[in-house]
Design a protein around this ligand. Structure first.
Ligand code: SF4
Length: 369
């Protein structure tokens, strides 16, 4: 009862509320929640799935929600299942502590719907919506070769409402506060709050809740961030050289990750480590992903040791990889690497001069985690 009881709403209520506050998914794709709800058939859906895989290594917000406020997530999932006439609620979780927390919370509840907590593998692409669905049905947790919407063909090949943990938390708060109360803070276009994971060269790493549209500089100042490039959005995000005047809002702030690189580590070495890790996470079924990411790792490794051909090849390969995989993994990786080439310009020149930057690779981005 910490959060107050969850009002019982209809599917229409949820759709109107989500539309009124412009709520978007908080997992990375930032898809409008109202559109997702509208796409579901009125006759009922197969399942409501809470995606708590959080396979992005830099993100911790979903784990925090599942371990600190599991009832908030369950309230929204259970009431949505009732409103959408779904017989199953599935909580897909990778982190053992988060799974235990949800299981313990379930013992304290008396819900009239079948709720299951299922473990998901820790691989990066295993957290993608369709990979989660594949894993939940006993298959390999990789995105299928075709792009299909879970709202059309989800769990058991039937329409399914699947969203990220924080999205459910926001729906639970929205149901309790109504659109006016929910809109008392944050942006006019997408009011409310957001969870941000802060990491890297900062004095205060962790997860914070801010109004949507908070200035990035305010967040960095609060975290005690060192000067230097900032990565927004995690391993599929983009590098920023300037943070002045930038506000945190969707879709860019969608994964809610802010990492300060600082000035004591080798930026190019950090980026190359993450690229290696991302390439190793390919599900191995689309050529442009398997071969393109491997080629990019090689390009960046050569660039790091001062080979100008590495820079040229990286630019060329970055033009070839996006839009050609069955999921967004190659696109996200290309975005991360392309913005590194643009923003880490000074560092790249130092490496191309043959002297390197003289700094060790400290693993600030956790590329080998
Ligand atoms: S693009 Fe890569 S990660 Fe995505 S499905 Fe294809 S091989 Fe797997």
């Amino acid at each position: 009862m910490t959060h107050g009881s969850q009002p019982k709403l209809t599917r229409d209520d949820y759709t109107k509320l989500a539309e009124a506050v412009g709520l978007r998914g908080r997992g990375g794709a930032a898809f409008p929640v109202a559109l997702k709800l509208q796409d579901l058939p009125a006759r009922g859906v197969e399942a409501v799935v809470v995606n708590g895989s959080e396979s992005e290594p830099l993100s911790r917000k979903d784990r925090l929600l599942l371990t600190r406020s599991p009832h908030l997530i369950l309230d929204a999932a259970v009431d949505l299942a009732r409103a959408l006439r779904a017989p199953h609620v599935l909580i897909a979780v990778h982190d053992p502590a988060a799974a235990t927390s949800v299981r313990e919370a379930l013992v304290e509840r008396d819900d009239r719907v079948a709720i299951e907590v299922r473990n998901t593998p820790g691989r990066f692409v295993a957290g993608e919506a369709r990979a989660v669905l594949s894993g939940l049905q006993g298959g390999t947790a990789v995105p299928p070769g075709r792009r299909v919407l879970p709202t059309r063909k989800g769990y058991h090949q039937r329409p399914t409402f699947l969203s990220n943990v924080e999205t459910f938390a926001q729906l639970a708060v929205l149901a309790r506060l109504g659109s006016r109360g929910f809109s008392s803070t944050g942006l006019i276009s997408e009011p409310g709050t957001q969870l941000l994971t802060i990491d890297g060269a900062v004095r205060r790493p962790g997860v914070i809740e801010t109004p949507t549209g908070v200035p990035l500089d305010t967040v960095l100042q609060y975290a005690g961030a060192e000067a230097g490039p900032v990565l927004l959005g995690g391993y599929h995000g983009r590098w920023l050289s300037e943070t002045d005047g930038l506000t945190l809002q969707r879709p860019e702030a969608s994964a809610g990750i802010v990492v300060a690189l600082g000035s004591r580590t080798c930026p190019l070495g950090e980026v190359t480590q993450v690229a290696q890790w991302l390439a190793s996470q390919s599900a191995g079924q689309c050529g442009p992903c398997v071969f393109g990411l491997a080629a990019l790792v090689d390009d960046f490794a050569r660039l790091t040791v001062g080979d100008p051909q590495g820079w040229h090849d990286a630019r060329r390969h970055l033009g070839l990889v996006p839009g050609r995989g069955a999921c967004a993994h190659p696109d996200g990786t290309a975005r991360f690497l392309m913005s590194a080439l643009e923003v880490l310009d000074d560092d790249i020149h130092r490496h191309l001069s043959g002297q390197g930057c003289g700094r060790p690779v400290l693993g600030v981005l956790g590329g080998t985690r």
